[in-house]
Design a protein around this ligand. Structure first.
Ligand code: NAP
Length: 331
């Protein structure tokens, strides 16, 4: 069912730091953005507790509260929300079409900000201790584990990087990896191996997160060869087994890399389809921070605004000048 005949200026798909920041800027540029924010809006910050590295929150803030603040700020300037998941898109011609179930929405520009999802182990006890010991981001949460013992799961570059970073704070870091060989690059592996605080348990999987009174006390691991189980005392568990970009809907339309991350033109948020932009973790598997996602949401709104302003008759705002050509990246 066509959701009235209106063609929106811009539809933003995704309700995390990138999507809400794009909505804030687009709303302030009079583009009346419609945000299809997802049934479980808020993104990855909804499964974290304290956020202490977002500039402006000097005393820290809870992840879900921060996302409410982001949302409220966009709403204040007129952003509208559909609290459901986009289920299909058609970018073959303009206006672009986006469906939420049977409801169809149309727009002259689209910003994709659907983020990425940290892979989880899939244990009920892991979910129970999320934000209370279980974390998916060492850069965000390592400082909470000063003088504590932590376990890192994974055998890739992320796991090695997180283990090395965590060793600056924790007294002991135990990397638990399910195989004998590592996926991590040699240099990252060596760095972790050479750190006296970092130990390794190979051929083992975490099968339970243990705790008392809501506080994590350790993990139970199982040897994948012998089946033997034992406990490792720890107050933190960092799951570093990769991320998956939320791009299933877009793969037929938008250029992406092997892992499914959308590809944008260097130093812009432009995708291969003029008028479709991508912002945040959906196109960034390197930095993955709320602040970098928000910054890229800003870029997408400005890019969309310039794109629409360049079209006939659109009033645009202060940004009517064409976008300067991107300079070659500096070395
Ligand atoms: P990754 O390379 O896909 O490694 C994931 C690791 O988690 C693998 O060792 C995998 O084990 C393990 N794993 C997956 N599912 C698991 C499960 N259910 N239970 C237990 N273990 C599981 O992911 P990543 O380390 O996040 O790296 C992603 C990309 O980013 C890579 O290209 C990496 O080089 C890059 N990266 C680069 C840097 C850097 O250069 N500074 C830092 C971080 C990441 P198996 O090996 O058995 O499959």
């Amino acid at each position: 069912m066509l959701n009235d005949s209106k063609v929106e200026d811009v539809i933003i798909i995704g309700g995390g730091p990138a999507g809400y920041t794009a909505a804030l800027y687009a709303a302030r540029a009079n583009l009346h953005p419609l945000v299809i924010e997802g049934f479980q809006w808020g993104g990855q910050l909804m499964i974290t507790s304290d956020v202490e590295n977002y500039p402006g929150y000097a005393d820290g803030v809870l992840g879900p509260e921060m996302m409410q603040d982001f949302r409220r700020q966009a709403e204040r300037f007129g952003a509208r929300f559909v609290t459901d998941d986009a289920t299909r898109v058609d970018f073959s011609e303009r206006p672009f079409r986006v469906w939420v179930g049977d409801d169809e929405y149309r727009a002259r520009a689209v910003i994709v900000a659907t983020g990425a999802t940290a892979r989880q182990l899939g244990l009920p006890s892991e979910t129970a201790f999320q934000g209370r010991g279980v974390s998916y981001c060492a850069v965000c949460d390592a400082a909470f584990f000063k003088e504590r013992e932590v376990v890192v799961v994974g055998g890739g570059d992320s796991a090695m990087e997180e283990a090395t970073f965590l060793a600056k704070f924790a007294t002991r870091v135990t990397v638990v990896h399910r195989r004998e060989e590592f996926r991590a690059s040699k240099i990252m592996l060596e760095r972790a191996r050479n750190n006296p605080k970092v130990g390794f348990v190979m051929n083992a999987v975490v099968e339970e997160v243990l705790g008392e009174d809501g506080r994590m006390t350790g993990v139970r691991v199982r040897d994948t060869v012998t089946g033997e189980t034992w406990e490792i005392p720890a107050q933190g568990l960092f799951v570093a087994i990769g991320h998956d970009p939320n791009t299933r809907l877009f793969l037929d339309w938008l250029d992406h890399d092997e892992a499914g991350y959308l590809v944008t033109k260097p130093r812009t948020t432009e995708t291969n389809i003029p008028g479709v932009f991508a912002a945040g973790d959906v196109q960034d598997h390197v930095y993955r921070q709320a602040v970098t996602a928000a910054a890229s949401g800003t870029m997408a709104a400005l890019d969309a605004e310039r794109f629409l302003a360049a079209e006939e008759g659109h009033p645009g705002s202060a940004l009517t000048a064409p976008r300067p050509e991107a300079e070659p990246a500096r070395a």
